[in-house]
Design a protein around this ligand. Structure first.
Ligand code: CAA
Length: 403
């Protein structure tokens, strides 16, 4: 029977990488004034994956605490959203399904539309739960953002995964209708199949993003959405945190609202803390903004928040969610802060070596050095197959040391 209950995000958990590169190290290397990074783009550091981490290990690490808390009996669908896919055919979520021991009576699929993919996953999940409210859908957004070394995009790299359990009567956020939608065929950012690093036209991408903000808002209001001043806060896709400031200023401006510093800070000030130190996590970024907001804000119970999800190419969506009273009891604030604090600083040379690493495509046996102290690792690529490992319970962190 279709659901009349509210549907939305019941639990949310994120994971990020083993290593972190402070922007001061990048600035020392390329002679950029640090103000450009800290103020100009609003980034302090970027998460850097270890040689044995990828979108699967990050996604599994994000989702494991959700499965531990709620069990897996009700999960019949896993939707894995990414734009840094590891296989042209097999969904990365199938590896996660296996690593987490999810029931075989499940469907698993991968979704792609640049950074927008996780919002498509969330909306599809809501549709599935609406059809059968006894089911829950595990949505995983996981990405490693990689640009060419010494390119303007390099400072906006990062990596993280957000896992969300979507269900009826959610504990965190009720997702509402309508959505404002916008699609435009633009070449602002893309990654052809033969490339590992993305191609980008930086200024074009900023313009395309701002057009999408306007386009989604127009559709949202025409469909009877909330008024701008009803929202307690706005979670934007944050390729770099300054982009959220540009986007929110643009939205307020186009609606004839005050764009003073305080007004902008009120709308987005508490959404940028995690993205500023993690960097661009593509599909995960807008939900990392939500995590930062929920983890930091005074009680938002009953208050609507706006979401602007943008994926280059481009597809965007503006939608609203109402924070569920009592949500604070269900947050994972300490674990989120620990995921960021536990990262080990890597120097510029170490980062560059990791950036340049690749698995040869010759079908041989290529083990990955054991570097991560996280719960899952990519042990090797052997015979063109990715081999993953789970850390046995109780194994000490020191057994995975940096080579
Ligand atoms: N102190 C303070 N600020 C400084 C400064 C200093 N010393 N030096 C420069 N700045 C400021 C500049 O004034 C500028 O600010 P404004 O944009 O507000 O004018 C800012 O720092 C950046 O300077 P530049 O524009 O000169 O920087 P750049 O040419 O090196 O490129 C970039 C910046 C285009 C964002 C580049 O990093 C890039 O291409 N990034 C990847 C693409 C991207 O993230 N696009 C975002 C929209 S697309 C999207 O959202 C999808 C996605 O995830 C990719």
């Amino acid at each position: 029977m279709a659901s009349d209950s509210p549907i939305g995000i019941h639990d949310l958990s994120f994971a990020t990488t083993e290593f972190v590169l402070p922007h001061t190290a990048l600035a020392d290397h390329n002679g950029t004034q640090i103000g450009k990074y800290h103020v100009g783009i609003g980034q302090q550091s970027m998460s850097v994956p270890a040689a044995d981490e990828d979108i699967v290990t990050l996604g599994a690490a994000a989702a494991a605490p959700i499965v531990a808390r709620h069990g897996s009996d009700q999960i019949r669908t896993v939707v894995f959203a990414t734009e840094s896919s590891i296989d042209q055919a097999k969904a990365a979520g199938v590896y996660v399904h296996s690593l987490l021991g999810l029931p075989s009576a499940a469907r698993v699929v991968e979704l792609k539309q640049a950074c927008y993919g996780a919002t498509a996953a969330l909306q599809f999940a809501i549709g599935l739960v609406h059809r059968d409210p006894t089911q829950r859908v595990l949505v995983i957004a996981s990405d490693v953002s990689k640009y060419e070394l010494d390119s303007p995009g390099e400072a906006t790299q990062g990596a993280a995964a957000v896992a969300m359990l979507v269900g009826a009567d959610p504990a965190l956020v009720r997702i509402e209708d309508p959505s404002g939608l916008f699609t435009a065929d633009v070449m602002d950012f893309w990654r052809p199949n033969y490339r590992e690093a993305a191609l980008v036209d930086g200024q074009e991408s900023i313009t395309a993003y701002l057009q999408a903000v306007e386009g989604t808002w127009k559709d949202y209001t025409e469909r009877g959405g909330r008024k701008l001043d009803e929202f307690a806060a706005f979670c934007y896709h944050q390729p770099f945190t300054k982009m959220a400031y540009k986007a929110h200023t643009h939205l307020l401006n186009s609606c004839g609202h005050d764009t003073g510093k305080d007004e902008i800070a009120r709308g987005i000030g508490q959404t940028t803390a995690y993205n500023a130190v993690v960097g661009n996590s593509y599909t995960a970024s807008v939900y990392l903004a939500l995590a930062a907001l929920l983890d930091q804000a005074d009680d938002l119970g009953g208050r609507p928040i706006g979401f602007l999800s943008y994926g280059s190419g481009s597809v965007a969506e503006f939608f609203a969610g109402t924070v569920v009273p009592g949500y604070r009891e269900h947050l994972r604030t300490a674990e989120h802060r620990e995921a960021i604090a536990r990262r080990r600083p890597v120097d510029y040379a170490g980062y560059r070596e990791l950036h340049e690493r690749f698995f040869p495509g010759d079908g041989g046996d290529h083990p990955a050095p054991a570097q991560t102290t996280g719960p899952f690792r990519l042990a090797a690529v052997r015979g063109h197959k990715r081999i993953y490992e789970t850390r046995p319970p109780g194994l000490s962190h020191s057994q995975f040391t940096t080579t």
